[in-house]
Design a protein around this ligand. Sequence first.
Ligand SMILES: Nc1ncnc2c1ncn2[C@@H]1O[C@H](COP(=O)(O)OP(=O)(O)O)[C@@H](O)[C@H]1O
Length: 275
Amino acid sequence: MAGISRAIRACAAASRRTLAAASGAALPKEEAAAAGAGVRAAATGRRGRDQEDGRRVQWVFLGCPGVGKGTYASRLSQLLGVPHIATGDLVRDALATPGPFSKKLAEIVNHGKLVSDEIIINLLSRRLEEGEEKGELGFILDGFPRTIRQAEILEGVTDIDLVINLKLREEALLAKCLGRRMCSQCGGNFNVASIDIEGENGGARMYMPPLLPPPQCESKLITRADDTEEVVKERLRVYHDLVGSNCLRLPFEILACSFFLISIYLTRILNLCYL
Ligand SMILES: Nc1ncnc2c1ncn2[C@@H]1O[C@H](COP(=O)(O)OP(=O)(O)O)[C@@H](O)[C@H]1O
């Protein structure tokens, strides 16, 4: 884990320097040396981690907004005894800390756009470093990577055991996002949407009952600021644009070449006993 968080940070710094070099900016001597060190740190992180004892699962959950990756990742993390690290949660934590940075983030997130690779990599490496201090030995990542650069960094510094890409019919995604609720006290995630859609071309009917909160949470439910109809539609558009323009298919290809990737097309709630 120590190697991974250091390597992610070093790779991010190295990629910024590479971009600067590609755009014509001359690299000072010490910057060039640091870029080389970044690549070496990435390699060391990968080799070093293989030799560690007590390693736990290192999985990745991907999928478009509303597909339920957070729900499954969170349940599995409890079953497997590893932290659930959602980059969306890291962004929301940063948003909750008042200041110029959270204002800048809110401008992006509340309009349904992706935040920059640099910001997301910094937030993730800080979270991994905190985990390392607490002795965490594995993780389930949720919502990362979403760009080619993020996939390349992950591919370069980790040996992820499994990448799970969740898919769901388009009609259900908006309803699921708009049905999301969180308990402001215990942090539990629920969904009040009831999905019942006829099968396509003789395919299976899709039925997903609501995931209702227990009575003690009912009066404390809140909705995410970016789960309004307008913003959800924009997030879905951004996601499909990325897939359409190959930007998102490429990270999947990078992950599929390097790791074991499975895609699950959901027609009902997954029974986690089978995973
Ligand atoms: N890997 C990432 N790259 C860029 N932006 C991200 C990433 N992960 C999360 N975000 C930002 O945080 C927001 C919320 O993320 P998330 O909770 O994963 O929502 P979603 O339901 O859209 O999958 C995203 O709309 C985006 O602005």
